[in-house]
Ligand binder design. Structure first.
Ligand SMILES: [Mn+2]
Length: 500
């Protein structure tokens, strides 16, 4: 019997395969000749170039155009940064074998950027987890989905420059880190500008800036959701999608961020009980990695029968046969990766485990608690989840809470309920006691969703104009950790002031 996929997806298109294969050949021949002659713009120059671009919200209101403005007119500029990023990944903290729990992946496969799992002959698809253990008192900046919204990204960097956290692209404060929660491109017209900005941050701070892999960091998604079309409009046949697809393989599907023995699971989607990080978190190195290897959701269910008991009775048979052990072949094959895809319920009264067609497994409060507890090591504990992903262009209960919460929502609020699903922001804040202030309490076992950037069709559908980032300050004990939410208006109907 064919293994059941968690939901059906189109196989990778022949046209995309040909394009990817061509891109790789182009890379191999051009490497070291053209790319390295390009000089990187300074932050101020880059900011000014991005400020000239019309907003996504303006373009979304217009008929489709064949031409798109870009702050990166030559693809060589992108390719230079991509090549430099590959070198940084190959020679940085992923290089020492001692930083890989359970063994370092092969140099001839994982680290060979002339090959890819999506090309022939394929190398294995090897998703991995990361640990980032920072000193107590460190600041970690978090941001949710950008989806091609460069104006919000620049606004965030402006804010961090004004705060003295950044000096241009460089983190200026000691013990300061940045973690991005995935979905950088697609659905907005400046995916390439967003990716390039991420690469510049990574290159300026290789040990302190990390990107999680979202469900859109997948070559199979880009032809459908806009990124491929964007790049073909900007670069025609000079665009090399294989380089981008290969970059995504260096993004961990989950980053456990912590101090001492306390950690937060930081990823794009949701829970993935087919991988447990105990050994990774207990490992000595402050930055460590582990391949997911075989994803053992079936074994987890067998060993934790209490998880299935949190599900609705009518769904248990389906969940039992669908959550199983498998070897990942691609982010959506033979099953979707839960770290990249899964969701959470909004209300505490909803089932602990469920499933939604087209989205994946949905974890409630009790189900999440079981997986978090099982994620502990001999000493390490996983205290909660920071994630993004769960957005809609329609006004729904989740989006109402994200907007009323100033861009960060803690699931399962104690005074919230299904009966209040569609109440106004004012009622959410008063009657449901929705948290919306700058300082947020960090409660053990909680899940926080970061909002998607506003210059997007999500922002248009839900009428919000502010972008949000979180600043986590760690402490000696988890009780001392602090979370601050910074939100600022982004002028989504015009371009940003050229400034300086
Ligand atoms: Mn998204």
């Amino acid at each position: 019997m064919r293994p059941r996929r968690s939901h059906p997806r189109k196989p990778i298109g022949l046209a995309l395969l040909l394009l990817l294969a061509f891109g790789l050949a182009q890379t191999a021949s051009a490497d070291g000749i053209t790319y390295r002659s390009v000089k990187y713009p300074e932050f101020a120059q880059w900011r000014a170039a991005c400020a000239k671009l019309p907003s996504n919200r303006m373009l979304l209101g217009q008929a489709a155009t064949t031409k798109l403005e870009t702050a990166l007119p030559a693809f060589d500029e992108v390719a230079t940064a991509l090549r430099a990023a590959f070198e940084s990944f190959k020679t940085g903290s992923m290089n020492p074998a001692a930083n890989w729990v359970g063994g370092k992946p092969k140099a001839a496969e994982f680290f060979n950027t002339n090959r890819a799992y999506f090309l022939k002959p394929p190398i294995p698809f090897q998703p991995f987890a990361q640990k980032l253990q920072v000193p107590a008192g460190s600041e970690v900046i978090f941001h949710g989905d950008f989806h091609g919204d460069i104006h919000s990204f620049i606004a965030t960097l402006d804010s961090l420059n004004q705060a003295g956290t950044l000096d241009g692209f460089r983190l200026a404060k000691p013990n300061c880190y940045m973690v991005f929660l995935g979905d950088y491109t697609d659905r907005g017209f400046y995916g390439i500008e967003v990716l390039y900005t991420l690469l510049r941050l990574k290159l300026a701070n290789p040990d302190r800036v990390f990107m999680a892999r979202g469900n859109h960091e997948d070559v199979q998604m880009i032809p459908t959701y806009g990124f491929l079309a964007e790049c073909q409009k900007k670069y025609a046949n000079l665009f090399n999608p294989a380089l981008i697809g290969r970059l995504y393989d260096f993004f961990p599907v989950v980053i456990y961020v912590g101090s001492g023995t306390d950690f937060l699971q930081c990823n794009h989607g949701g829970m993935e009980p087919g991988y447990l990080p105990g050994a990774l978190l207990d490992a000595k190195p402050a930055v460590a990695y582990q391949l997911l290897g075989q994803v053992t959701g079936g074994a987890f269910l067998a060993g934790h029968p209490e998880l299935l008991k949190t599900a609705d009775v009518s769904r248990r048979d389906f969940l039992k046969t669908t959550i199983r052990d498998y070897t990942p072949l691609a982010p959506m094959s033979p099953m979707i990766n839960g770290f990249m895809w899964n969701d959470f319920t909004v209300f505490a009264s909803e089932p602990g485990l469920g499933y939604m067609d087209g989205r994946g497994f949905v974890y409630g409060k009790a189900g999440t608690r079981i997986v978090l507890d099982a994620s502990a090591g001999a000493t390490a504990r996983v205290r909660g989840v920071f994630r993004a992903h769960q957005h809609s262009s329609a006004v729904n209960p989740m989006m109402r809470r994200l907007v009323a919460g100033n861009g960060l929502f803690r699931h399962w609020h104690e005074h919230d309920s299904l009966a209040k699903a569609n109440v106004t922001a004012a009622t959410l804040r008063s009657e449901c006691k929705l948290e919306y202030s700058a300082e947020r309490p960090l409660k053990d076992g909680s899940v926080w969703t970061f909002n998607v950037a506003p210059d997007s069709y999500y922002g248009r559908g839900n009428s919000y104009k502010f972008d949000t980032y979180g600043v986590l300050t760690t402490g000696e004990a988890f009780a001392d950790w602090k979370l601050r939410v910074v939100h600022q208006v982004v002028p989504v109907l015009k371009t940003l002031p050229a400034g300086q």
